[in-house]
Design a protein around this ligand. Structure first.
Ligand code: GDP
Length: 478
């Protein structure tokens, strides 16, 4: 089981040079075309913050279909953007306004279909794909399933309201996923709008906007009057340029299921965001534990389409069953292969549900630490008072274990909520409560996802346990 440095970089959508640098840090000197083993590749992937899915043998070949992407085959692709922010700050309104800003629509009616994502063309001719489900729930859920579809997060903050609880959550999720943020300071048409206050408040959350000397773009907009919309779209194009997004369009398609449902008269329908290659009618594919043959492709304008390439959202008809959002989508060579993989995955799913409570993440993390494959332990820390929070943070930050370091995804005063569980889950981390409990929903979610919540009332016990975890010496408590 091996992979070239280039292919690893492609799969992570990172630059080859960055991967080589990361390998060097681990003491591995490699060139772009060098073949490295799976263990090393996994380490690198974790270094870049990617969730590593251990693929079963039947899957390996499926993934290996992509090993032939060469640098010279890569073409620029447009960015995929997710809009996040506090409720009522204007996420939906902004997505609607942007949809109408599409210059390619002309008189043809424009983007009318809600298929879970849409692509627009801006005046400069650049294209941008937007995920049409605002909020961080979908984003986190997808990431927890191993699907990283978002290149850029637009953080919507209402200028008359400022930073609120879900704004902070969104910042955390974007940060955990290592996705760059552009701030859209919305509702600036309102008389009580104070966009400058938003910028100042962002400082407390370590977001330093450009006009304060930082590197985060913040654009004043109004989804209502459409003021600033063009500037926002330009900011996205600029950020995308920096990211140098690329994919090989000339290969069998792979992508992610954004949305899937059963529709009367159409059967199972899935919206797929193509990430690499080009999907065409007639292609045979696997989507999660389902398979199918593309009977028809429908774009975000409701028009039939012959094909869809990288960063393009497309509705796929011809599924045998209904996959789940976040599932992978991979075109394979023939029907028997597709059946074989889907059957295998169905069997895995059945086995998994039989051994209820997946208990995957923590054990995986611990064994990764034990075998020296992980170099950080993601933590979410909740406490009863500020003082203990500060003390715990300060002590953890000073912990000098040789390789594995604690990475605090989030720490705050308050009970453990579902949002804490999903944040820790998406990064394969652990939740620590100090003199606080989890609410029933959070407990249920943790149980379902095999997430570990540890409770403490003595700081030393907490620190000792984290130390033990960091050295891989503590068994999970599940
Ligand atoms: P979401 O919950 O973040 O998706 O927020 P919505 O898009 O549903 O917007 C919440 C409310 O704010 C709605 O009543 C919108 O009409 C209003 N709204 C959104 N954007 C603006 C804006 O730029 N200016 C003004 N004045 N109102 C806005």
């Amino acid at each position: 089981e091996t992979i070239t440095v280039q292919e690893l970089a492609n799969r992570m959508a990172e630059r080859g040079g960055e991967v080589i640098k990361s390998l060097m840090k681990m003491g591995v000197m490699a060139t772009i075309n060098q073949i490295i083993d799976a263990d090393t590749a996994e380490l690198v992937a974790q270094e870049f913050g990617h969730k590593v899915r251990r693929v079963a043998e039947s899957d390996v070949e499926l993934g290996m279909l992509g090993t032939d992407d060469k640098v010279e085959d890569l073409r620029p692709r447009c960015p995929v953007v997710t809009v996040m922010g506090h409720v009522d700050h204007g996420k939906t309104s902004l997505l609607d306004a942007i949809r109408q800003a599409d210059v390619a629509s002309g008189e043809a009616g424009g983007i009318t279909q809600h298929i879970g994502a849409y692509q627009i063309e801006v005046p400069s001719g650049d294209k941008i794909t937007f995920i049409d489900t605002p909020g961080h729930e979908a984003f986190t859920e997808m990431r927890a399933r191993g699907a990283n579809v978002t290149d850029i997060v637009i953080l919507v903050v209402a200028a008359d309201d400022g930073i609120m609880a879900q704004t902070v959550e969104a910042i955390r999720h974007a940060r955990a996923a290592k996705v760059p943020v552009i701030v859209a300071v919305n509702k600036i048409d309102k008389p009580d709008a104070d966009p400058q206050r938003v910028r100042t408040e962002l400082l407390q959350h370590e977001i330093v906007v450009e006009d304060m000397g930082g590197d985060v773009q913040a654009i004043d907009v109004s989804a209502l009057t459409k003021q600033g919309l063009d500037t926002l779209l330009e900011a996205i194009a600029l950020q995308a340029e920096v990211l140098e997004l690329k994919a090989n369009p000339d290969r069998a398609a792979t992508g992610v299921v954004i949305e899937a449902k059963v529709e009367r008269g159409r059967g199972s329908v899935a919206t797929v965001l193509v990430q690499r290659g080009t999907v065409r009618t007639g292609d045979v594919f696997v989507a999660g534990a389902e398979w199918g043959r593309v009977r028809a492709l429908v774009n975000d304008r409701g028009e039939p389409s012959e094909s869809a390439g990288p960063s393009e959202p497309i509705e796929v008809l011809g599924l045998q069953g209904t996959p789940t959002a976040g599932d992978d989508f991979v075109v394979v060579e023939n029907e028997s292969r597709a059946r074989e993989i889907a059957d295998y995955r169905q069997r895995l799913l059945r086995e998994k549900s039989a051994t209820a409570g997946a208990r995957g993440t923590v054990e995986q993390m611990l064994s990764a630490i034990q075998s020296g494959e992980a170099d950080e332990l993601p933590l979410v820390i909740k406490t009863d008072v500020h003082g203990s929070l500060e003390a715990i943070r300060a002590t953890l930050e000073k912990l000098e274990t040789s390789v594995v370091k604690p990475r605090i995804l989030h720490s705050a005063v308050g009970g453990i909520s579902e949002s804490d569980v999903s944040l820790a889950g998406a990064s394969g981390g652990i939740i620590v409560g100090f003199n606080v409990r989890a609410n029933p929903q959070a407990r249920e979610m943790a149980r379902r996802d095999g997430m570990e919540i540890r409770y403490y009332s003595i700081i030393y016990d907490l620190i000792d346990d984290v130390k033990a975890l960091l050295t891989g010496m503590l068994a999970p408590e599940l």
